[in-house]
Design a protein around this ligand. Sequence first.
Ligand code: ASP
Length: 363
Amino acid sequence: MAVFFRFFIDGNYFDLGGTMLEVKDYIGSVDFTTDEITTDEMEVIFKRPKVNHYIEPLDFTTDQMEAIFKLAEEIENKPEFYQELPCRGKVLATLFFEPSTRTRFSFEAAMLRLGGSCLGFAEPGSSSVTKGECLADTVRTVACYADVIVMRNPKEGAALLASKYSPVPIINAGDGGHHHPTQTLTDLLTIRQLRGNIENLTVGFCGDLKFGRTVHSLASTLARYEGIKMVFISPRELTIPDYLKTGALAKNNISFIETDNLEKVIGDLDILYMTRVQKERFFNEEEYIRLKDSYILNPERMSLAKKDMMILHPLPRVNEIAMEVDSDPRAMYFRQMKYGMYVRMALLLSILEGYGEEKNAEY
Ligand code: ASP
């Protein structure tokens, strides 16, 4: 397990490579006379979770997530520490069997900013998938050339399946209408940075709660924090799946209500998580057309909301947030995108560092 860090010691840059144990030993013997790195910052580095695959949001404990958030914050505040060196020589592969803008670009930007390289495809049409190659073989192939694979696939469970065959870490960048764990890291980092903590919040989820994987991941993760109440706002046809209600929400005794009326509840919310209706998951186009504009957040509706309510959206936005809302100081969705890159930098560092600690899939 190799680690790659650049520290400031005695006012000088200092590059560290080696095993975590060696680095700990080394640091134990160094007198940090500089104030450029504090004990807290070292803690951030050493408490980082050591993980292999990241398939579902609950693969991390809240403590591990907190370590990732602290690291992301550290990266944002001191980009020069993390520029170019930590992932030198490492290769990230992005396998996107479904469209993406933010997730793919932010992962690639994260790896490039850490000094690594990227390869991959943005749509499977240019790969051997069109010749009939199965996912297991595609993953086994790409793993020969990359150190970590970020994958998005329209099939629920695809990332889990890939992880069974991959000798390198798999990060789930969305599996059908199931989960999107790195969006949850992005959402929670945004809340934490902009509100100071992730507790005692009434969070409204609005739109397509049935197929919206970001909602499933965020709701099940938020359920583990203190004092969280949830309000699910959707048409009857697009309500949150039962498995979440009887699973993560019940397990954590989360108090929630379901409604189809945004105006009635918007005034109670600390966070409004808007989502688009997921066109690509509908079997019936007429049904999509009937439901697509169920909710449109506009200045009039925003006038009913708390003065400090945060609007989040995983994006892309279609019609569900009117453009006029973008200039409302409560609109945080563009800042949210930026946090996505920092949190993915922190995740890549954690995953590449942890790789090899546990036994990987047979190859
Ligand atoms: N970009 C998010 C996702 O991939 C949200 C969306 O597409 O609506 O799930």
